[in-house]
Design a protein around this ligand. Structure first.
Ligand code: 5GP
Ligand code: MN
Length: 336
């Protein structure tokens, strides 16, 4: 984080403020880790702080420190609204556009609080008073580490904060294997371990807590894998019925798309997941090399993200979504 930004934030927080910290809808490890990590840090320097999430987060993150303090906008709506109403400062973490908070968007747009965006997604919207955006970062948690060290120094990283930030860096970098993982990332991780993050334990808590139904659902997903060799592309579909038959719980399909990307020669992988409740097909896109799934998702799926990982949605049926996808692929043959 550069000195101009550090000075701006220090000025904003020079007196105690009511801070609210917000992550994106369907919060992942990076969103939960960064929001709670920042929350604990702000409290430790005498600020009032409250994390509000648009909706629930997956079970495999429930063991994280202080998750019980989060207000879920869907379930604790009155408390969440009150916190936002009383906020002097609103931090928005791990997203680049207010549309990413779902139902909460209107409430945030009405707020007169000072907004601070901390995020690593491409093409950030310009809604914040202070924007700390760095698209070279593999995770928002890594940015929170730099934020805390720029403001106060590493002695403010407690074991709880270290655990939260380690978790988000680990999940967003695919356990330190995506190209966004740098030497600096590894230095940050080393420091987090020195400050009390128990790396092996964190890894087990996140990845080795599968329900048998999730593994069965993975079997269904793998069975549905279609490889289009000509386009170096592979896709997976999961219907609502397949989710229902396998006792689907939030977060169960996390990471499935990576199996499609792991097929030899594949540079573009995509998963289509039917959601009858929201009447959409949720789409996750991944790529290797220069093919930008951020651009692809922005163009076709009202979404976005990063060059190699993005999300979006389709309003067509599952079948029509796939038909449309295979019909537009030839336009990308040269890039694939
Ligand atoms: P996932 O496929 O895991 O849902 O998302 C992959 C990446 O794209 C994540 O960094 C996520 O935050 C981002 N992302 C997912 N959906 C959207 C979307 O609708 N818009 C934007 N801008 N980013 C998204
Ligand atoms: Mn992230």
């Amino acid at each position: 984080m550069n000195t101009a930004l550090t000075t701006q934030v220090k000025e904003l927080l020079s007196a105690p403020k009511n801070c609210v910290i917000i992550g994106h809808k369907n919060p992942d490890g990076d969103a939960v880790g960064s929001c709670l990590g920042l929350d604990l840090y702000l409290k430790s320097i005498g600020q009032k702080s409250q994390v509000v999430m648009p909706n629930d987060f997956p079970d495999f993150l429930k063991w994280l420190p202080s998750t019980d303090t989060i207000f879920n906008f869907e379930k604790q709506n009155t408390q969440a609204l009150l916190a936002i109403e009383n906020a002097d400062v609103i931090f928005t973490l791990d997203f680049n556009s207010l549309s990413r908070v779902g139902e909460m968007q209107a409430t945030l747009e009405k707020s007169e609080a000072a907004f601070v965006m901390i995020d690593h997604h491409q093409q950030p919207d310009n809604y914040a008073l202070i924007t700390y955006s760095d698209t070279t970062m593999g995770s928002t948690c890594e940015m929170i580490f730099h934020f805390i060290t720029a403001l106060e120094g590493q002695q403010h990283i407690t074991p709880q904060i270290a655990t939260l930030l380690y978790t988000g860096i680990m999940t967003d970098t695919g356990s330190f294997r995506f190209p966004s993982t740098t030497a600096v990332t590894h230095r940050v991780i080393a420091s987090l371990i020195e400050h009390g993050a128990k790396n092996a334990e964190i890894h087990q808590n996140v990845y080795d807590t599968n329900s048998s139904s999730r593994i069965k659902l993975l079997g269904v997903a793998l069975d549905n894998l279609v490889v289009l060799e000509k386009y170096h592309t592979a896709y997976i579909t999961i219907s609502q019925k397949e989710l229902d038959d396998n006792n689907f719980k939030k977060g169960d399909t996390e990471g499935f798309v990576n199996y499609a990307l792991s097929v030899l020669g594949i540079v573009f992988a995509i998963i289509f997941i039917e959601n009858k409740q929201e009447n959409i097909v949720k789409i996750s896109l991944r790529s290797k090399g220069d093919f930008s799934v951020n651009e692809f998702s922005r163009t076709h799926y009202n979404g976005g993200g990063h060059t190699n990982a993005a999300g979006g949605r389709s309003l067509l049926s599952l079948k029509d979504t796939v038909t449309q996808f295979t019909s537009i692929l030839p336009n990308y043959k040269d890039q694939l």
